[in-house]
Design a protein around this ligand. Sequence first.
Ligand SMILES: Nc1ncnc2c1ncn2[C@@H]1O[C@H](COP(=O)(O)OP(=O)(O)OP(=O)(O)O)[C@@H](O)[C@H]1O
Ligand SMILES: [Mg+2]
Length: 298
Amino acid sequence: MRELLRAGLRRLSAPVAEAPRHPDGGRKATVIAIATRKGGVGKTTTSVALAAALARFHGRRVLLVDLDPQGHVTTALKTIVAPTGTPLSQVLLADRGAEVLDAISPTSIPNLWVTPYDPNLSAAEDILGSRIGKEMVLRDALRITRTHFDVIVLDCPPNLGNLSLNGLVAADRVLVPCDPSPLALNGVHALVDAIETIAARLNPDLDVMGVLLTRVDGRNTTVNDAIVKEIEKTYGHALMPVRIGVNSDLAKAQMEGRDIFAFAPDSRGAAQYRDLADHVAAVLPALPSSQVTDSVSG
Ligand SMILES: Nc1ncnc2c1ncn2[C@@H]1O[C@H](COP(=O)(O)OP(=O)(O)OP(=O)(O)O)[C@@H](O)[C@H]1O
Ligand SMILES: [Mg+2]
């Protein structure tokens, strides 16, 4: 009996060399959270278009993670996603060692993978609330996953709950969509406050990529100019050089369940989001040439 106990204690005290279930993929993704504390300003539209453009035109291996329980990424890409794998909620609630890689599904766009709609994500957010280290769960679950991609785009929900916090703790950069309305501007202020706290306490490397003006109606110049002036005054040069105008093709593409580059490649929305992707690609680390070839061939 005493020998059994001693053997048990030896096993417990020995360092546990856990073999990772997935091999290292040899890449180092930049994680970009698309977030603001305001609904309906174009977070999902931007996430989907940016992810698709980086995959289609820049030869990057891209993972688009739907952190919003509304599941709008899957709706927006419903004709090109074949949902497979473990639901993201299970990955987030697993004890340890689970990887987002278990929750990804391929799309018919070469180089683009997504985490599909998960009806249990909302319940998972509540359960996470009572866990120790709850803000770090996604970051840990991307440890190996990020070695398999060049870019990971996180489509965040419009509130600053546990899922958005996890997104901001896991992210390297945050892109903040804002339509030209006072309420959207308040959402940017709230998000920037949260980013400052998160950068001070949990993720010192977190950096704002920029504020992206979305749904800009060219006819509404007085309001647009006032909001742009306010953003410039408050956030200096944080405004992205590209603006996304109101374009009904973007909404129609979402209803059709295809990305804008397949649905309406010649539309203004496609051109502006392609411009945005060019700016984002320019600040990503360059790929070794061997990986460009790999990624282009999928
Ligand atoms: N530039 C645009 N022109 C026209 N319609 C747009 C544009 N951007 C987004 N929309 C439409 O506005 C609505 C809200 O956009 P989207 O779902 O991207 O916002 P969101 O910030 O992700 O919303 P939520 O906070 O609910 O997640 C959608 O119906 C979308 O098709
Ligand atoms: Mg959304």
